[in-house]
Design a protein around this ligand. Structure first.
Ligand code: CDP
Length: 211
């Protein structure tokens, strides 16, 4: 079984996907974490994100996989280092590179071949798994999405600025929606859920009604 959960930044995709994965006892793949991992490695190696050849080279020479729903880069588990503002500010420019996407999508499809999985991302229902069993598209206002991300980061002890987060979210939505290859888009057969003003439980319940 393949479940696709797409939508713009901070719409609550990963939170609900994790809960659904646990309940159904299937794997959860955070595809955004894969693009973040490549971005993180580029930044750590002082690669200019606009230098596509070098970014592609980094992506090609990276081993990205998932174990127990955790992402590993070159054998090392990744956690909050891929959630920094620096990574967020650069990830959409890495994710718009077609060759980088080919590499990540291959890994996603391979995982989908060998197991039941719920994946969250931007192009899962529209491009990676167009025949997914279920497709959801989560949206919320930029202000609410920014506030959620702000709370998430401040609770972890990060000193972040709400305006900056909202700006980053709007900017990423714009790049993700307008890129040429596999942009952020709601597929016709995806069920749209507006999560603005809804609790996590309410959104999860709406999904369970469909499954
Ligand atoms: O968690 P958040 O909503 O902030 O974003 P994310 O899911 O971690 O994704 C980070 C970035 O990766 C997005 O802004 C996209 O640029 C890119 N991405 C993508 O292009 N395709 C995907 N399937 C998932 C993420």
């Amino acid at each position: 079984m393949i479940i696709a959960v797409d939508g713009p930044a901070g719409a609550g995709k990963s939170t609900v996907a994790k809960i659904v994965a646990k309940k159904l006892n299937i794997n959860y793949i955070d595809t955004g974490a894969m693009y973040r991992a490549v971005t993180y490695k580029c930044l750590a190696n002082n690669i200019d994100i606009n230098d596509e050849v070098s970014v592609i080279n980094i992506a090609k020479n990276s081993i990205i996989d998932f174990k127990d729903n955790n992402i590993y880069l070159d054998g090392k588990i990744l956690a909050d280092e891929i959630r920094t503002m620096e990574v967020s500010n650069n990830v959409s420019n890495v994710a718009k590179i077609k060759e980088v996407r080919y590499l990540m999508v291959d890994i996603q499809r391979e995982i989908g071949k060998r197991s039941s999985v719920i994946l969250d991302g931007r192009d899962i229902g529209s491009y990676v798994f167009p025949n997914a069993d279920y497709k959801f598209y989560l949206v919320a206002t930029p202000e609410e999405r920014g506030l959620r991300r702000y709370k998430e980061l401040t609770e972890k002890g990060y000193d972040v600025n709400l305006d900056e987060i909202i700006k980053d979210i709007i900017k990423r939505d714009e790049i993700d929606s307008n890129r040429e290859f596999a942009p952020l888009v709601k597929s016709d057969d995806a069920i749209e859920i507006d999560t603005t003003g809804k609790s996590i439980d309410e959104v999860v319940d709406l999904i369970y009604e469909v499954l």
